[in-house]
Design a protein around this ligand. Sequence first.
Ligand code: ATP
Ligand code: MG
Length: 389
Amino acid sequence: MKEIILVKNGELVLKGLNRNTFEDILIKNMRKALKEIGEFSFTKSQSTIMIEPVDENVDMDECTEILSKVFGIAALSRAVVAEKDFEDIKKKTLEYLGERLGEVETFKVNAKRSDKKFPMKSPEICREIGGLILSKFNSLKVDVHNPELTVTVEIRDRYAFIHGDSIKGAGGMPVSTSGRGAVLISGGIDSPVAAYMMAKRGIELVSVHFASPPFTTELAEQKVMDLLHRVAKYSGPITTYVVHFTEIQEEIRKRCPEQYFTIIMRRYMMKIAEVLAKKQRCSALITGESVGQVASQTMYALGCTDAATTLPVFRPCIGMDKEEIIRISRKIDTFETSILPYEDCCTVFTPKHPKTRPNLEEIIEAEKSLDSEALIERAVKNVRKTVVH
Ligand code: ATP
Ligand code: MG
């Protein structure tokens, strides 16, 4: 029996945006995501994309699992293909859904006839298939309101498709329909969640991580790569820069007031990230900040951080509680990695009394004691670039 997957597009019907372009990008993303497990053909029809494995032996469970993480998909249905012949439809319905029908107590049949030339109308198809199922499974009952299983028969242009319940897709918009953004990624809980949330809005990700060897270790960096790898299952490959930040941190510690240490450090992160982001044609920076979470994330401190860059800074976690952020991090499977106890460069030098209401003029004045241009230039020159899949 030939199994295929029917993909229902998500939010592709945005006003003014070209639906065709969106669908093409979605197909490109799906093809890329599935590349490792085999070759597939994609056919668009109405608001559905049909995905057909070219090779018979493809693992369809794996295929479904991969597609369930691709943004721009509202729902997925695994389906079997039948000839547009009612005998074949009946036969395939029982063959394909027999096992599942044996497990449930209630069902209903749903028919969609997009080929109006097909001789039977939808209610008739429902009645006939429903009757057939009831005759084979004695204890089954029809429940049109709240069935345990909905059997769907779709009569399309060339074939009929039969499927059971669909699976919820990842939602959002196809990655790279909304441009590019650079996420400042730490080893913490929040920034991988922020990255995931912006990728969900169709933004292609680049990432920047600041490391402070020898204060931060190889293991801490590996942890960040592992987090990015998990995010990449949703976002696609992430071009990543690792910046050596130790020199800048030491300079700040030596020359600036202690109470401003964190905020000045955050501003340098923004400045360096901006240079790298622009190299990659990114139009925004992304962080995992949330109002009030720590001293450097008061509204006033965030204002000072913002002022360090001309790019817009997207902070999708801004109004979320830690609980809510953790819920998403568990869903995307980054939580367990995020809580591994390695040092982050932000925790290396933490002032005892950070200012929660910092004054931007004072900060800019304090930064004058640093040779900013040279420091930033050196940091940017020494980055390591990799692509995380
Ligand atoms: P997270 O859980 O994402 O680490 P956090 O609550 O620990 O966030 P901070 O450590 O203050 O908060 O960092 C705030 C944001 O700054 C992070 O969400 C991230 O976007 C960025 N950031 C922090 N440390 C780094 C780093 N080492 N490299 C790149 N970005 C960083
Ligand atoms: Mg952190």
